[in-house]
Design a protein around this ligand. Structure first.
Ligand SMILES: C[S@@+](CC[C@H](N)C(=O)[O-])C[C@H]1O[C@@H](n2cnc3c(N)ncnc32)[C@H](O)[C@@H]1O
Length: 246
């Protein structure tokens, strides 16, 4: 029996969100036939099963979105209509590009989408990409240079920390990542602008929401259907940034 020894890196959140690759499909076919290494870990099996039976993965593949995550933004947009023609949008943690594609299509040719990620991303027409950690001064400067004089209407972050599998580690990291994303966002967001960020439910979330309520006219919490129900993730949407007078 032919065996393959591949372990998918569950901690790579973007890999989990991606539409199926040829490589992962081959692994799935081996798995279905039972021709798989006994060392193949349970998490990877579950990930593959979900990946190839998930309606959003299938829809992403059919529609040409590089990730199932695109459907989360489409749902949020359908409900709250925060993406509009002509807007300038910053997409933090953009790879492989599902959200950037949705944003680009909503803002149209007069708009501007600047995507940023630690990982490389295939070029997307109409989207400017910066590779790096948004917390690095150099990367932030590259972002500020790209933004130039344009008033930023929306900063969105689908970033997640590297998942360790331990809630006590991952959940506080997720809250911290949103705090840092908000620190970055408020440097560029114009008054009246919108902030959207993924966060994991748990300690620190209520305080963060309370703090954001001081900065926005409205703060909404959303859990799109495309977000798996077993996942602790949900989205914070701040509408109408009040800006700062200092
Ligand atoms: C869930 S994926 C984003 C999926 C994307 N919204 C889409 O629709 O295709 C999260 C991304 O956040 C990125 N990320 C996490 N921490 C980051 C950081 N400090 N700076 C830049 N990108 C980061 C990861 O590399 C990963 O690609």
């Amino acid at each position: 029996m032919k065996r393959i020894f591949v372990s998918l890196d569950e901690s790579r959140c973007c890999a989990r969100n991606r539409a199926p690759t040829a490589e992962s499909r081959i692994i799935w076919e081996y798995l279905e036939k039972g021709n798989i290494s006994p060392h193949f870990d349970k998490m990877s099996k579950r990930w593959l099963k979900e990946h190839f039976t998930d309606q959003y993965v299938k829809r992403a593949q059919e529609s040409g979105y590089p990730s199932r995550a695109a459907y989360k933004l489409l749902e949020l947009q359908e409900k709250d209509h925060f993406l509009k023609l002509g807007m300038t949008v910053v997409d933090l943690g953009a790879a492989p590009g599902g959200w950037s594609m949705v944003a680009r299509d909503c803002v149209g040719k007069q708009g501007h989408v600047i995507a940023l990620d630690l990982l490389p991303m295939d070029p997307l027409p109409g989207v400017t990409f910066i590779q790096g950690d948004f917390q690095d001064e150099e990367v932030l400067n590259a972002l500020l240079t790209e933004i130039g004089d344009r008033p930023v209407d929306l900063v969105m972050s689908d970033m997640a920390p590297n998942i360790s599998g331990q809630k006590s580690v991952d959940q506080p990291r997720s809250v911290q990542l949103v705090e840092l994303a908000w620190d970055c966002a408020r440097r560029v967001l114009q008054p009246g602008g919108t902030f959207l960020a993924k966060i994991f439910q748990g300690e620190g979330v209520d305080d963060l929401v309370k703090a954001l309520k001081n900065d926005f006219q409205t703060v909404k919490l959303r859990k799109p259907k495309a977000s798996r129900s077993r996942s602790a993730e949900f989205y914070i949407l701040g509408i109408g940034f009040l800006g700062y007078t200092t």
